[in-house]
Design a protein around this ligand. Structure first.
Ligand SMILES: [Cu+2]
Length: 518
């Protein structure tokens, strides 16, 4: 390829930025996350002062023999996240996190999403086994009210916008019980739109799981962990090039590695407290951060998390972890047994990758005694063998490198050297086929997420997977220089889907590609 001297200089300059920024400006490389810390411009709250909020469970507007029907309006709302200050959120029904949707396995769920925000949106059900037209493809946009066509701030890629300000997302829910989440997936603007609040839980239940004696009801609690930063007036701070999110996409150069907030929120509250009895609780932990990774631990005593489920549902048998490394978009379904503690004990959920305030996440306070009827059985679910033996008879192996790419002088991120192009197909697996996908990450950490499918991690860095790689996954955490082989069956639906890095700044800067199930 011939490039002009001017372009060469631009690329060279961009390359220089690329090489020096992560070392000098990423103040948080010591925090184990790829990204740059964005300091709040207001006083941060004291930790452990506010109760843990639980997002409301959404009621269907109607149900019939075929489906449960829900309605959600994406709109601006106000939240008191910092004491005495108002924060504008862009949320599902105006709240952050959005309302929790609960579905039964194999029972159709239809969600009518209305866009009352000033920007286009697209909603992806993360972990959902969803037909392509309801999957939230990045250019499958719901337009803002009053804009008929094509105003998506990205002229050349603005097709797919329906010109309507609502859309029915149809979820057949042909999948196991699992903790899913839904979030914005608008092309080029996912990072800032999720940062403003467009994220919520979607929990799938089934008979297999109901039959287990795991903690239930008010002892089955979703925990959405994410980091944010705040401006002087309490508004969310984010380094967008165009804060209206209606023009040029992207973030200031210093933040192209990712945006790290300095305030840790759980279910939208800063460093909250949950009062518990001295019994077992089940927590569905989600890392909904843009760029921050966490290493979860309990103090004092480094008590264990008993993992019962991964992103794709129940494990075959529980796994005890002293620490859990959780990348963006990953979920860990864990049981914590508070029966070992005296009433009055305080147990902290720590982030061993954090420093100072970001080393804390939340606090559990044991306030009462209670009889516990729950248990964690030694066998949880029948798991299909899907391992190296299956791999030996798998179809093809594909390799994908997640790294920086130069594009017209601007540094971006890409897969196999290519920035995202909705028209380009990176893979065309056959429906029902099994393949090995081999991912490599450099020079930053890249959690790799596939839409539609769940997979198992076969190997990591040529050796055995980590304990946290166990079970069915839809996102695999790769730190800089790591590689992993995963085994995937392309079941479900034919059509076009994306796979991408779930560092949302990387995703917005094009670290995404298409696959089409044929
Ligand atoms: Cu990445």
């Amino acid at each position: 390829m011939e490039i002009s001297r001017r372009e060469f200089l631009k690329l060279g300059l961009a390359g220089g930025v690329a090489l020096t920024l992560p070392l000098s400006a990423s103040g948080c490389s010591g925090e184990g996350s790829t990204g740059t810390l964005l300091q709040s411009r207001t006083k941060l709250p004291e930790p452990f002062r506010v109760p843990l909020p639980i997002p409301p469970v959404l009621e269907p507007v109607r149900s019939d023999a075929h489906a449960d029907y829900y309605e959600i309006t994406q709109k601006a709302g106000e939240a008191e996240i910092l004491p005495g200050k108002k924060t504008e959120v862009w949320g599902y029904n105006g709240i952050f996190p959005g309302p929790t949707i609960e579905s039964r396995s194999s029972r159709r769920t239809v969600v009518c999403q209305t866009n009352a925000l000033p920007v286009p949106v697209s909603t992806h059900l993360h972990g959902g086994r969803t037909p392509p037209d309801s999957d939230g493809y990045p250019t499958d946009l719901i337009m803002p009210r009053g804009t008929a066509h094509g105003m998506d701030g990205h002229g050349s890629m603005g097709h797919g916008g329906s010109g309507h300000n609502c859309k029915d997302y149809i979820y057949p829910m042909e999948q196991r019980a699992a903790t899913l989440w839904y979030h914005d997936h608008r092309m080029d603007f996912t990072g800032p739109q999720v940062w403003r609040g467009l994220a919520g839980f979607h929990i799938v239940r089934d008979d297999e799981e109901d039959a287990l004696p795991l903690p239930k009801d008010e002892k089955d609690i979703p925990l959405m962990i994410c980091d944010r930063s705040f401006d002087v007036d309490g508004s969310f701070l984010y380094p967008s090039l165009d804060p209206s999110l209606q023009g040029k996409p992207g973030v200031e150069d210093d933040y192209m590695d990712g945006v790290l907030g300095d305030t840790i929120l759980v279910n939208g509250a800063p460093w909250p407290v949950l009062e518990v009895s001295n019994t077992r609780y089940r927590f569905r932990i989600l890392n909904a951060s843009n760029a921050r990774r966490y290493e979860l631990a309990l103090e004092p005593g480094n008590a264990p998390f008993v993992q019962v489920g991964s992103a794709g549902g129940l494990l075959g048998a529980p796994i005890r972890h002293r620490n859990i490394r959780i990348a963006q978009a990953e979920r860990f379904d864990v049981v914590i047994d508070f029966s070992r503690y005296e009433v009055g004990t305080e147990i902290m959920l720590k982030n061993r990758m954090g420093e100072g305030k970001t080393a804390n996440i939340m606090l559990f306070r044991v306030t009462r005694q209670e009889k516990d009827e729950s248990a964690v059985p030694e066998r949880l679910a029948d798991m299909e063998e899907f391992d190296e033996l299956t791999a030996s008879s798998a179809g093809r192996t594909r390799e994908f490198r997640f790294s920086r790419v130069g594009d017209d002088g601007r540094v971006m991120w890409g897969i196999n050297g290519e920035p995202f192009d909705p028209e380009r197909m990176a893979a065309r697996p056959e429906l029902g086929s099994t393949e090995i996908w081999h991912f490599r990450a450099a020079p930053a950490s890249h959690p790799v997420h596939l839409h539609l499918v769940h997979f198992k991690v076969l190997s990591r860095n040529g050796g055995r997977p980590l304990p946290t790689d166990a079970g069915w996954k839809d996102t695999v955490d790769l730190t800089s220089g790591e590689e992993a082989r995963v085994i995937v069956r392309f079941d479900g639906y034919r059509g076009r889907y994306v796979f991408h890095c779930h560092n949302l700044e990387h995703e917005d800067m094009m670290m995404m590609a298409n696959f089409e199930v044929m």
